[in-house]
Design a protein around this ligand. Structure first.
Ligand code: GDP
Ligand code: IMO
Ligand code: MG
Length: 429
């Protein structure tokens, strides 16, 4: 039995897709357990570059079975487009398995996401407008539509008849929107998706538990990240799911005793898209340079990512909240032309020093980073494939991080391609 959970440690876009693809060849199943198509995971292998939003990043290996588990919210239209996109480049999705309990993003969720962001004005969250929050809202309000409901016309009609009038009145009366939905039209559209997707729908929790008992290996691919987690992130500037490691248990229906490793993906600097606190954000030319060299534009929305120095207070928090056994430090190559590199080791706010993430969100919003400055290596490391080949300063950077946060950096990535990777003690089990 081997189950590994892979999670983001910052605000997303750490390179989860790349690391997940890289590790997938040693697993039998790769499972998405939360989030939806707000995620944008990039996988590059040879001449294939994929931007995946819903389908797990193990899809390139024919021997790996991709699973979308119950904790994910699925926009079936997007899923079908993604399947088509993959099949056009000869990546088969025949073996994709989808949980019957996964909730479905409906057209009114998309509309409500946009309307609520407009309503918030300058206080908006900066969501991806993919309907994620409103879909999870319905899940917890117990009026959501699940994949199994799409496969049963009578049930689907009943549920839509119960929910659509309420959504229409919220749109009209609360948000002043002219957009209204008709049960018949939504029913027709979603039944047509179900026709194609039905064959993929199963009870994935039972399946995964059976496979674990059979000795199969499972990789759980987190989307978003620790600081975007609904409980542990920078609330309310978060997504609506548990992106931390515990989310893999509820989001896939496996017990915590089944997980033997948690790998946190950490970018060698920080980025964030959307609103919310970001203590180490840079507004100077170093920030511009990180964004330019790191090509920091969102995979899902194309938005420019905010950039800043690595925040070790946040990384240490991610080690704790997720119980990280290992860290994959990504995009180390991007730091190759800085004379000096800063890392944040504590914060200051109103004369007080914070060595942990401040309890009060106001303190986090206004926290001033306290930096330790480390020497840069000023050279291109993108061809390095062994730890010993890295310049002394780059090794010192890596070792400073692991000493500070108390978790082993066992993978380092130095380029977007699958092979631009340094394995440093990640054990294949
Ligand atoms: P994810 O959401 O965590 O999967 O990350 P994204 O795919 O949204 O963003 C990561 C970006 O960095 C993608 O464009 C990757 O191709 C790229 N990338 C991943 N690892 C590396 C690396 O080690 N070096 C560089 N330069 N780019 C990388
Ligand atoms: P991956 O998996 C970066 C951010 C949005 C917004 C907040 C809430 O590629 O790392 P939502 O649409 O989820 O309600 O938006 O979360 N966000 C992400 N930022 N990477 C992601 O996914 C994200 N998914 C959501 O920008 O600030
Ligand atoms: Mg991304």
């Amino acid at each position: 039995m081997s189950a590994t959970v892979l999670v983001g440690t910052q605000w997303g876009d750490e390179g989860k897709g790349k690391v997940c693809d890289l590790l997938s060849k040693n697993y039998d199943y790769v499972v998405r357990f939360q989030g939806g198509n707000n995620a944008g995971h990039t996988v590059i292998s040879g001449n294939k570059k994929l931007a995946l939003h819903l389908i797990p990043s193990g899809i390139l290996y024919p021997g790996v079975t991709p699973i979308i588990a119950n904790g994910v919210v699925i926009d079936p239209k997007v899923l079908l487009e993604e399947i088509k996109y993959l099949e056009e480049i000869n990546v088969s999705c025949e073996n994709l398995i989808i949980s019957s309990n996964a909730h479905v993003i409906m057209p009114y969720h998309l509309e409500l996401d946009g309307a609520s962001e407009r309503h918030l004005g300058s206080n908006n969250i900066g969501t991806t407008k993919r309907g994620i929050g409103p879909c999870y809202q319905d899940k917890y309000e117990r009026c959501g539509i699940r994949m199994q409901d799409l496969c049963d016309e009578k049930i689907l009609r009943e549920k839509l008849e119960a929910v659509i009038p309420t959504k229409n009145s919220i749109l009209k009366d609360v948000y002043g929107s002219d957009v209204q939905f008709s049960v018949d039209k939504v029913l027709e559209e979603y039944l047509s998706y179900a026709k194609v997707l039905k064959k993929h729908v199963q009870d994935t929790s039972i399946l995964l538990n059976r496979k674990l008992s059979d000795g199969k290996k499972i990789l759980f691919e987190g989307a978003q990240a620790t600081q975007l987690d609904i409980d542990h992130g920078t609330y309310p500037f978060v997504t609506s799911s548990n992106c931390t490691a515990g989310g893999a248990c509820t989001g896939a229906g496996i017990g915590p005793t089944k997980i033997d490793r948690v790998l946190g993906i950490a970018k060698a600097y920080m980025t964030r898209v959307g609103s919310g606190p970001f203590p180490t954000e840079l507004f100077d030319e170093d920030g511009e340079k990180l964004g330019e060299i790191g090509a920091e534009y969102g995979v899902t929305t194309g938005r420019k990512r905010r950039c800043g120095w690595l925040d070790l207070v946040i990384l240490k928090y991610a080690v704790a909240v997720n119980g990280l056994s290992d860290i994959a430090l990504t995009k180390l190559d991007v730091l190759g032309s800085f004379d000096q590199i800063k890392v944040c080791t504590s914060y200051e706010y109103q004369g007080q020093v914070y060595v942990n993430v401040p309890l009060q969100q106001t303190a986090f919003h206004h926290a001033q980073p306290v930096y330790t400055t480390l020497p840069g290596w000023n050279c291109d490391i993108s061809e390095c494939r062994n730890y010993k080949d890295l310049p002394h300063e780059a090794k010192s950077y890596v070792e400073f991080i692991e000493d500070f946060v108390g978790a082993k950096v066992s993978i380092i990535t130095v380029g977007p391609d699958r092979d631009a990777t340094i394995m440093r003690g990640w054990e294949v089990r």
